[in-house]
Design a protein around this ligand. Sequence first.
Ligand code: GLY
Length: 365
Amino acid sequence: MTIVPVALDARSYDVRIENGALDRAGELLSPWIRRNRAVIITDAHVAEHQLPRLQATLAGIEQHVITLPAGEATKCWAQLEALTDRLLELEVERGDNIIALGGGVIGDLVGFAASILKRGCGFIQIPTTLLSQVDSSVGGKTAINSRAGKNLIGAFHQPRFVLIDPDVLDTLPLREQRAGYAEVVKYGLINDAEFFGWCEENGPALLAGDAAARSHAIEKSVAAKARIVIADERETADLRALLNLGHTFGHALEAETGFSDTLLHGEGVAAGMALAYRFSAAQGLCPAEDAERVAAHLRAMGLPDGLKAAGISASGETLVEHMLHDKKMAAGTLPFILARGIGQSYVDKQVSLADVAAFLNAEPR
Ligand code: GLY
């Protein structure tokens, strides 16, 4: 069992990582249960697999379950309205902690609902995918999608507790495990070359279900994320932005595929990281062998390492156009996360979009 504290003054909380934690959730969540009531929000898929385990541990507690459709489309105004209406009907109070049981969609939607319900109530994250365990459940970014793009309507609202049970990943499809693994690799590439080396050695075992490798990767990732969030909670100091490594290129690929199951977010991030490294190498910023090492590892893990593997045939100009709708645009410029080598990422605000388009046009299709 590992506890990673996220120290943010009055908004501080712990992330508890423990195999089998879901079967002890009633006891572990008890400090946050008020009025002997638990309101759990989940999706139809998780409701089948994990909800009964959580509910069994809450025996004796009045339970209300709100089950939403699984999938990205749930992060929308209509579901947010329905959810907040239901929470008001249930008379959830500011001091209550609603429970998000699910992946990134449920965590983001419930977190955003909690941020606006009665001007803010508490919430607890119980993430059930690798991606949400190593990234989205920690750090307080909450959002829904709008017609104009993904995650454009949202708020920073920290959870009051995050409970991670790596064992729940046993039932997660391999494709989703791989997509989440891309975010694990990201922490090595941002600022921890040694951890990237660990990933190269242990990634295959992790995806094959090795519990020790999986727990180690989750602990390292959460600790790395917590350090960054503590130092730059609202992404104002060019530090939290590093967590967007691969996301600007990846966003363009996801937009090109309609933010659909054709390319999962983590797959877009994987291809985006390989592209960010190759672009850095093409600009003479990073050794070409480091860029190749990144791509080779992603390929070895069954993740896309560029446009071709991601099934993208669009021109560089079209992809750059998608990038311009990124929410990170500031004063007409788009910050890119580039790298000087493995574990040496940095924010670059001077990148020429014409150079990016030319680089993408030269990438194999
Ligand atoms: N997923 C990026 C962040 O939390 O900042």
